[in-house]
Ligand binder design. Structure first.
Ligand code: ASP
Length: 431
């Protein structure tokens, strides 16, 4: 049977082109006619908004089915279900390690560069910031007391717990379990193809989202906080191009630049949508079909990482804390710095990776160390572009840890990693 060719290189190229065009077009609008009523009504709040939201909606549509089905398949097929404990410990440990490195880098940069000294952000923008859930509540909410509700609401941690338990039950249920496993296996293949179909809409979605962001973020917002913005960018780049490559080389023995290249779709999606949650389907596809991580590992570590691992967000929080303290002329003590590190590592555990959640976490950190929460208003105007960039780093970190865990657990297919065309087909290659 002829297989449908799905030229992924071309699609990746088109997605990147859409990103570049969106930036250029959005900036051009911003510099010229963005404030005219018809542009606002018909383009920015009209067609671009609808297309962008619809695209995020289609991606979100995939999250619950893909996490549920692929986790059941992954756990049911573990040759030794007890290895799950080891895999979880390794993944959670590495996620905390990368977040710890990220926030320490950020605090170090804030202390050295002092971005808040002499900053002049004006009045700032105000917005109500919701409170992050307490750690105790997060622990209680992990129990999936009603799986249907958990799925309906798409809450990640209890969904992971339910899927893992069901997968274990399938593994232990003998012949009957094997039949269920085989159904889930087929279903998983179908859903991965559905991801491919949604991805083919990406160039339009990405163009619309990026155009809107560029057209509505005025240059004026950057004026007083440029040092902060640039510093966040620089530290995000250090995490992506220095820390991750070092970890990948040391613990996985892999060429980090091949890895980054293979993650390009996931990174572009993360940037455009500013949501590591909505990017889960694309990240899963990238690490499985391009990088070579088995479903057993990635079906667990990717959704987990999208929820508990936010290295880019940690960088923003570290720098923003330093910035706000300096702006208000408050000196932080060593124990306050340590508190920031601990808070940043722990706080992200219970909050899903959705746009802007970093600010909610930041509010918690500021309160904890006794800094004025109103300080957030100073950086709110520039947060969207930083949100997009840090989300790409968040997703990259999920991919790095997943790849290392897969290497350590021998669940990694090097031939896929070394094949530059891997992941290009819409249907699996004929045997
Ligand atoms: N948007 C980020 C994410 O989804 C979280 C944040 O930093 O606001 O990973």
């Amino acid at each position: 049977m002829a297989s449908v060719r799905f030229d992924h290189h071309k699609l990746s190229g088109r997605i990147l082109l859409a990103l570049g065009l969106g930036l250029a077009f959005g900036l051009a609008l911003n510099a010229s006619i963005a404030d005219q009523a018809w542009v606002q009504i018909w383009l920015l709040d009209g067609i671009f908004y609808v297309v962008g939201e619809a695209f995020i909606g289609f991606l979100s549509m995939l999250i619950v089915p893909i996490v549920f089905v692929s986790l059941v398949v992954g756990v049911a097929s573990l040759s030794d279900p007890k290895s799950l404990g080891r895999i979880s410990a390794l993944a959670i440990g590495l996620y905390m390690l990368t977040t710890g490195i990220a926030v320490i880098l950020a605090l170090g940069a804030a202390v050295i560069v002092q971005p808040g000294v002499g900053a002049n952000p004006g009045e700032g923008v105000t917005r109500d910031i919701a409170a992050a859930p307490s750690f105790i509540q997060v622990l209680i909410d992990i129990v999936p007391r009603n799986p249907v509700q958990v799925m309906a609401e798409g809450v990640m941690l209890p969904l992971i717990v339910f899927s893992v338990l069901l997968g274990l039950a399938v593994a232990f249920a003998g012949e009957d379990g094997k039949r269920v496993a085989s159904f889930f296996n087929d279903f998983n293949t179908v859903i991965m193809r559905l991801v491919g179909i949604v991805m083919s809409l990406a160039p339009y979605g990405v163009f619309a989202l990026v155009t809107n962001m560029a057209a509505t973020t005025g240059w004026g917002a950057f004026a007083g906080v440029l040092k902060y913005v640039l510093l966040v960018f620089v530290v995000l780049m250090i995490q992506a191009f220095v820390i991750y490559p070092m970890l990948l080389r040391t613990f996985a023995g892999l060429n980090p630049f091949v890895f980054l290249h293979k993650m390009r779709d996931a990174l572009t999606f993360a940037f455009s949508t500013a949501s590591s949650g909505a990017t889960i389907p694309v990240t899963l596809r990238a690490v499985q079909e391009r990088v070579g991580v088995s479903n057993k590992i990635s079906s667990f570590t990717i959704p987990l990482g999208a929820t508990i691992n936010m290295d880019g967000t940690a960088i923003m929080q570290g720098l923003a804390t330093g910035f706000i303290a300096q702006y208000y002329g408050i000196d932080l003590s060593m124990s306050q710095y340590l508190m920031v590190v601990m808070m940043v590592i722990v706080a992200s555990v219970g909050t899903a990776g959705v746009p802007g959640v970093g600010l909610v976490l930041l509010a918690g950190v500021l309160t904890q160390v006794g800094l004025p929460v109103e300080g957030i208003a100073l950086i709110l105007g520039v947060d969207r572009i930083l949100d997009m960039t840090r989300t790409a780093v968040n997703v990259c970190g999920d991919g790095v840890v997943t790849t290392i865990v897969a290497r350590v657990e021998n669940e990694f297919d090097e031939s896929i990693f070394n094949d530059p065309d891997a992941g290009d087909r819409l249907t699996p290659a004929p045997a």
